[in-house]
Design a protein around this ligand. Structure first.
Ligand SMILES: [Zn+2]
Length: 145
């Protein structure tokens, strides 16, 4: 039986801004919006409940750390956080800064476009440094002061 390749197991070129033994944080562009982050669990599991309690805690702490860093750096109108995986059933979270002038606002980024959309880029180096600092400090993720 042919098992289809998983694009998150067999990752192609990715812009990884942080990683550890269990997960990686990447930045990727979304047409009509700009850069978003994804937190991808390395192992091929589909659901949060496939992870043990420690794994779930580790993953969610990473999600909130990325959210806090993006709030500080991107200053979005709103943050969207989502785990779907209907197309790629390999555990990953989308952490998406949203802007009132992006192509989809106020709908989800998977909705029909409402306008052309202003592109909001992220400085990868700045984000990587911010994440390294936040993960190294072990501080609880929090909003910008
Ligand atoms: Zn996979």
């Amino acid at each position: 039986m042919h098992v289809p390749a998983c694009v998150l197991c067999e990752a192609g070129p990715e812009e990884v801004v942080w990683r550890d033994a269990r997960l990686r944080v990447i930045v990727a562009p979304v047409d009509g919006l700009g850069d978003v982050a994804r937190i991808i669990w390395h192992a091929h599991v589909a659901e949060m409940t496939d992870l043990g309690a420690a794994g779930r805690q580790h993953l969610m702490a990473a999600v909130w750390t990325v959210e806090a860093a993006l709030r500080e750096l991107a200053k979005p109108a709103k943050m969207n956080v989502a785990s779907l995986g209907n197309y790629v059933p390999h555990l990953h979270w989308h952490v998406v800064p949203r802007y009132t002038d992006d192509a989809f606002f106020p709908d989800s980024i998977w909705s029909a476009r409402r306008r052309t959309g202003v592109i909001h880029g992220l400085d990868r180096g700045q984000l990587a440094a911010a994440l390294a600092g936040r993960f190294a400090s072990g501080a609880q993720p929090s909003a910008p002061a």
